[in-house]
Design a protein around this ligand. Structure first.
Ligand code: ADP
Ligand code: ZN
Ligand code: MG
Length: 494
């Protein structure tokens, strides 16, 4: 009966879906940015020839003993603190036993009932609504190797095992079942990624598998108190797939319940080609893994001094940086939000704000012209041909009235292609600022002569016409007139 129900594909109406509330918890695996593996000295570098970054420990040879990497523990602690967790003074590594060809030890070294850290949270915002998502725990573990499948015909199918990844340090971040939609799941994963990149615990490069996510999804009738039975969708390796898989899983489960069936507790796989999830196996339980304390490792003890030492060296977190930008640079919250999306952008902004002396204008240039040009060129802000200081020179020249905004807009693309300082480009291109009174005077006289009506208005007390004249003079000079000098001369002549 239940089998029938779970495999049935009834069309599910939006009205039916609206009667249910999804409940979602994410398990996120993050590769720590150490140079070596968690229990041996092998490199973690990506893309090495198969089975070259290996040794007896990560090959799981009999008698080899693991030695815990101090750097991996430090990064895991930083991640835990950045996720507002309480770090346990004592945690225990445990063996999680299962067989798989890419797991030569026959067990993963993980943490079980005494994890590294617990009771954290991250704050998210979806559609203007702020919400706090609880983090149940953060624990450390080693990664397995990789199976590589080749060929499609049964007679020509091969599977290879590459153990380079075996023993790579991971943390697993388990959320409370606080998430209520695919959009919230997306926002939660975005927040986790942002904060971990800020503290440089991981590159969180999803394409390289440095950030992987399993989604636990259940649905219950709105107003119901008890959670429904959950299904776990494994190995979602992009934000888009996470959203698709969660939405698909909600629809599938509502379909089952609406047709009188029962959701099975199971592990499912998302197929990006069909956009559907398919059953992989019935849910394994903790007791299936025969967890027991890892006898080759002593308990992990983290002293108060070690913890506070790490805490004191932690970089500023995105929320704190946002608040500081609003306060110190007097920029709008939405602008601060945009500038703190990633650490590199916020560092760039500070450089430009300082060197220009005009944070507001610096923000506008970064969010506007620079972002646009980088996008066009397919470049990251870290690869920007214009350094933050060089952009600061340009912004400063405008703010101090040395060049017009119009001229700056002409110089900027040339800076972007050459990386040169604005005054160098101006000299090379003959884009001099005209502040010579004689030359300016001639242009101003012409402008005044050709606009007698406006002159009349100005003289009869309508001083706002000043801006009209300023605009005309700038135009006549192709933007090269020094606006400050023009304003001064105009006042005299009008
Ligand atoms: P298990 O023992 O089955 O692995 P856990 O309690 O460890 O379950 O939870 C695993 C993840 O599933 C956590 O992120 C948790 O928030 C989430 N979760 C637990 N119960 C539910 C539920 N009924 N619906 C959706 N997610 C759930
Ligand atoms: Zn090794
Ligand atoms: Mg679990």
């Amino acid at each position: 009966m239940t089998f029938m129900a779970s495999s049935m594909t009834t069309a599910v109406t939006p009205e039916a879906i609206a009667r249910y509330e999804p409940v979602i918890g994410l398990e996120v695996h993050v590769q720590l940015a150490t140079r070596t593996k968690i229990f041996c000295g092998c490199p973690t570098s990506f893309g090495a020839p198969p089975n070259t970054n290996v040794c007896p420990v990560c090959l799981g040879l009999p008698g080899a003993l693991p030695v815990l990497s101090r750097h991996a523990v430090e990064l895991a602690i930083e991640a835990s603190l950045a996720l507002n967790c309480r770090v346990n003074p004592r945690s225990i590594f445990a063996r999680k036993n299962y067989f798989y060809p890419d797991l030569p030890k026959g067990y993963q070294i993980s943490q079980y009932d005494q994890p590294l850290a617990e009771h954290g949270f991250v704050d998210i915002e979806v559609g203007g609504v702020h919400k706090r998502i609880g983090i149940t725990r953060v624990h450390m573990e080693d990664d397995a190797g990789k199976s590589i499948h080749e060929g499609f015909k049964d007679s020509e199918r091969y599977t290879y095992v590459d153990l380079n990844r075996s023993g790579t340090p991971l943390i697993e971040i388990v959320s409370d079942p606080d998430i209520r939609s695919a959009d919230e799941a997306h926002a939660y994963l975005t927040a986790i990624k942002q904060v971990l990149q800020y503290v440089e615990v991981s590159s969180c490069d999803m394409e390289k598998g440095h950030l992987r996510c399993d989604a636990n999804v259940s649905v219950r009738l709105k107003g119901a108190e008890k959670f429904g039975t959950k299904a776990e969708v494994k190995n979602l390796n992009s934000f888009r797939f996470l959203k698709m898989a969660v939405d698909q899983e909600i629809e599938r489960q509502v379909g089952i319940l609406e047709s009188g069936g029962r959701v099975l507790q199971e592990t499912r796989l998302f197929n990006p080609e069909t956009g559907e999830t398919v059953s992989m196996r019935s849910k394994e339980h903790a007791h299936d893994y025969r967890y027991f304390p890892e006898p080759d490792l002593v308990p992990l003890r983290i002293s108060e001094t070690w913890l506070s030492d790490i805490q004191s060296k932690m970089p500023e977190l995105p929320a704190a940086r946002r608040a500081r930008f609003i306060k110190d640079y007097k920029i709008q919250p939405a602008v601060a939000q945009a500038l703190t999306q990633d650490s590199a952008t916020s560092v760039y902004f500070e450089g430009t704000a300082t060197s220009s002396g005009d944070p507001q204008a610096a923000a506008n240039w970064i969010i506007g012209d620079l972002t646009y040009s980088l996008k066009e060129a397919g470049k990251d802000i870290k690869e920007s041909p214009i350094s933050s200081g060089t952009l600061g020179s340009l912004v400063g020249m405008v703010s101090q009235g040395k060049i017009s905004g119009k001229l700056a807009k002409e110089i900027f693309p040339k800076m972007f292609t050459t990386g040169k300082e604005p005054d160098v480009i101006m000299a090379e291109e003959g884009l001099t600022q005209i502040s010579d009174e004689g030359a300016l005077g001639k242009i101003i006289d012409e402008v005044i002569a050709t606009n007698p009506k406006q002159l009349e208005q100005y003289r009869s007390g309508k001083t706002t016409v000043m801006n009209f004249f300023l605009g005309q003079v700038m135009k006549a000079s192709r933007g090269q007139a020094d606006p400050a000098a023009v304003t001064r001369l105009l006042k005299e002549k009008l």
